[in-house]
Design a protein around this ligand. Sequence first.
Ligand code: CP
Ligand code: NVA
Length: 310
Amino acid sequence: MKIMNKDFLTIKNLDTQDIKSIFSLTNDLKKDKEKFSDSLKGKSIALIFQKPSNRTRVSFEVGIFQLGGHAIYLKPEDLNLGIRESIEDISKTLSRYLDAIVVRTFSHQIVLELAKYADIAVINGLSDLLHPCQALSDVFTIQEKCGKLKGITFAYVGDGNNVCHSLMYAAAKIGMNLNIATPNKYSPKKEIIQEALDIAKKTGAVISLSNNPKDAVGDSDVIYTDVWTSMGKEKEAWKRKMAFGKFQVNKELLSLAKSSALIMHCLPAHRGQEITDEIIDGPNSIVFDQAENRLHVQKAILLALLGGIK
Ligand code: CP
Ligand code: NVA
């Protein structure tokens, strides 16, 4: 079964059918942990991480183990990407040892360059531009909780960042409606808005953008937020805290939403900033189910790229 091409760098490159196939495989994997337990036997996968991580690192390492493969974690100073040697030389060397690379880095260009020179699969484990493993898992979680994706309205409140960008592609591809509310200066990238709108025209997804969180949450079934200051932007933290004040997901904002609206956050959360304790710990919060699904969806991604499933 062929689901993906060589790499998984962005949801933009997946067909709607690819997404459905990955979700169906995820359901199988989630039901039976032993399923495909030998699929990655003899395969080695490196995790090249230039930023900290809890969920992405641990869920990939555990997922690779559960599929019978071997994970090698490489911290920033191990490879010293692009400084000790070029990305091209690193990609070509690692291609002789490994079967895949999961990379978490700053500039998205580094992800593209690694994939360009590597003969093996490259998976984007977060760049400054995109976080596709996250968004794919998130959409799976919504389908699991709501029983459908078409007809669901999803609100994203906060920074128009990497997570927001990947959610835009995911919603557009799957035909889910998306209301985005960000401060004016922190809206998603123009090219990504345009691409998502173009995809949405074909799938029927309605994507709206505003600078008012109250507009976004009103008719939404799911409300999502992420940190105001992403990794790598720490110097802007104070300025951002000032700009994002009215974008906090709190009791007041949620009084305008459906009482059934589910709450999502990719985590790590900065409690008391983008979301309050009572909301993230409240009865509608599904943040830890969401975190768990990273494991199951990423196992499906690994199998789609490497597993040779018949
Ligand atoms: N959501 C997510 O990617 O978490 P980590 O940064 O802990 O991997
Ligand atoms: N937008 C956040 C996501 C962390 C998983 C960041 O890039 O830091």
